[in-house]
Design a protein around this ligand. Structure first.
Ligand code: ADP
Ligand code: MG
Length: 444
């Protein structure tokens, strides 16, 4: 099947009711469903009895299986009517998977080899069957293991630049953008999660927050900090109102699978039309988290300095390549969009001015991205969804120290943005925050 051919747009408001009603599939049930798909059957080869299904779900929300047959493999992801890691206490609309499928379909023409091919989507079972990524590993796990992925910064930069330009008013007539808005603005269950977990909970008392005792002074300081809360309010309002382009919405190191040669972005279920700086900042935030966690993670002491230097280089390279590709793609695409049309900027003087306007648009993405970067670091430290980068640090005090330093850095980005005029300055400032500690009043 051509990966762009099926229409994955959400059609029904609730699971069930179709010819094959929604049910949570176990491995055997999944094999039965796949066996009825000629395309997938051919891909796996042999008979269903020969297939092997492995449960590999390690994300927070959904069921994921890898299925292997004599001829090949596929990955199957099913949306569940609850949060996988909090099944009994947190129901969640399984229709999120429709948005993940629609997002994959929408960006596929632009991001191409940087995302897994989608083989099939079943809108009743809320089941996506896609390219199996193996021996790829989740970027976060690779970074924790001390491995280096020389392609990842450039590949993710390309992915975000393509999506940011090609789903924006720079490249599209407004009718296309209106269709994206109409569709993805309905991704309500996951946008409630993003709004709460990123922008609200970390700055208020919430049962969902996870704060270790040594970090409590920092968490309390954030709750009182009106400068931080007003910077975050601006970011929250931008997230909710600044509909620049179609976002992945969850582009952290757990949504990227890598080998040294290949990068694939997965898991677009948080898709949302919003400020382009959001995905940019999210990716950078998780390099920053890895940087602060590195010295205290298990592993040889002599690997810390090169590991950190590689992360600093990735931060700088990512922004450098993203901005170059954004300008190149926008220069090509703008005649097609309603934003900076050919009718206004077609002559030589106009073309020069259009280049300046695109550069200003990119500058605005940078400012937003630095803010979102900070908000993303903070939510990973005092919010609900904590990350393995820090959690692998067994000693609570040591972990809290690394986390506190990342909070000091994030706070500085939010309240002193004038210090960070470019991303290289931001990377260069990281070591200074190694002098911060558990007392939020004593910051360098
Ligand atoms: P969730 O939405 O629950 O976070 P993810 O899409 O992140 O789920 O997938 C959970 C895990 O399943 C990933 O961390 C990865 O290990 C594995 N996985 C997801 N997609 C693929 C794929 N296409 N090929 C191989 N493994 C995959
Ligand atoms: Mg997910």
């Amino acid at each position: 099947m051509n990966r762009h051919s099926p229409s994955f747009a959400p059609q029904r408001p609730v699971p069930g009711g179709g010819p094959r009603p929604y049910r949570v599939l176990d491995a055997a049930g999944l094999v039965e469903v796949l066996a009825a798909l000629p395309d997938v059957r051919a891909r796996l080869g042999g008979k269903p009895e020969d297939w092997r299904a492995r449960d590999v779900a390690d994300g927070n929300l959904n069921a994921v299986y890898l299925i292997d047959g004599p001829a090949g493999g596929v990955c199957a992801k099913q949306g569940l009517p609850y949060v996988r890691v909090a099944k009994d206490t947190w129901p969640l609309d399984a229709n999120r998977t429709r948005f993940e499928a629609a997002y994959a379909q929408r960006v596929a023409p632009f991001v191409d080899r940087l995302a897994p091919a989608i083989h099939h989507f079943d809108p009743d079972l809320l089941l996506i069957v896609m390219e199996k990524l193996e021996p790829h590993v989740i970027l976060r796990k690779g970074l924790i293991a001390g491995r280096r992925y020389p392609r990842v910064a450039a590949d993710v930069a390309e992915y975000v630049a393509q999506a940011s330009v090609n789903t924006s008013d720079l490249a599209q007539p407004f009718e296309t953008r209106a269709a994206d808005l109409a569709l993805f603005s309905q991704n309500l269950a996951l946008q409630r999660i993003s709004t709460d977990l990123i922008f609200l909970d970390p700055y208020a008392a919430s049962d969902r927050n996870r704060v270790s005792p040594p970090l409590e002074p920092w968490a309390a300081a954030l709750r009182r900090d009106v400068e931080v809360k007003s910077a975050v309010a601006q970011l929250r309002l931008a997230y909710l109102t600044k509909a620049q382009s179609l976002l992945h919405g969850d582009l952290h190191s757990g949504s990227i699978m890598v080998t040294p040669e290949e990068t694939k972005v997965i898991d677009g279920e948080f898709a949302w039309v919003g400020p382009s700086g959001f995905d940019v900042g999210n990716f950078l935030a998780h390099l920053v988290v890895a940087w602060f966690a590195k010295p205290r993670q298990p592993g040889p002491a002599e690997a810390v300095a090169p590991g950190r230097a590689a992360l600093e280089q990735d931060i700088v390279d990512f922004w450098r390549i993203f901005s170059r590709r954004f300008l190149e793609i926008a220069a090509e695409a703008t005649p097609k969009g309603d934003g900076l049309p050919e009718s206004h900027f077609g002559d030589a003087i106009g073309a020069a001015r259009r280049a300046e306007l695109i550069a200003a648009y990119l500058d605005d993405i940078r400012r937003d991205a630095i803010g979102f970067l900070a908000a993303k670091v903070i939510r990973r430290v005092v919010g609900f969804a904590q990350v393995a980068d820090f959690l692998v640090i067994g000693d609570v005090e040591q972990r809290a120290l690394a986390q506190a330093r990342s909070l000091a850095f994030a706070r500085s980005l939010l309240v002193e943005p004038e210090r960070y005029r470019d991303v290289a300055a931001l990377a260069a400032a990281l070591p200074k925050f190694d002098r911060a500690g558990l007392d939020p009043e004593a910051v360098p």
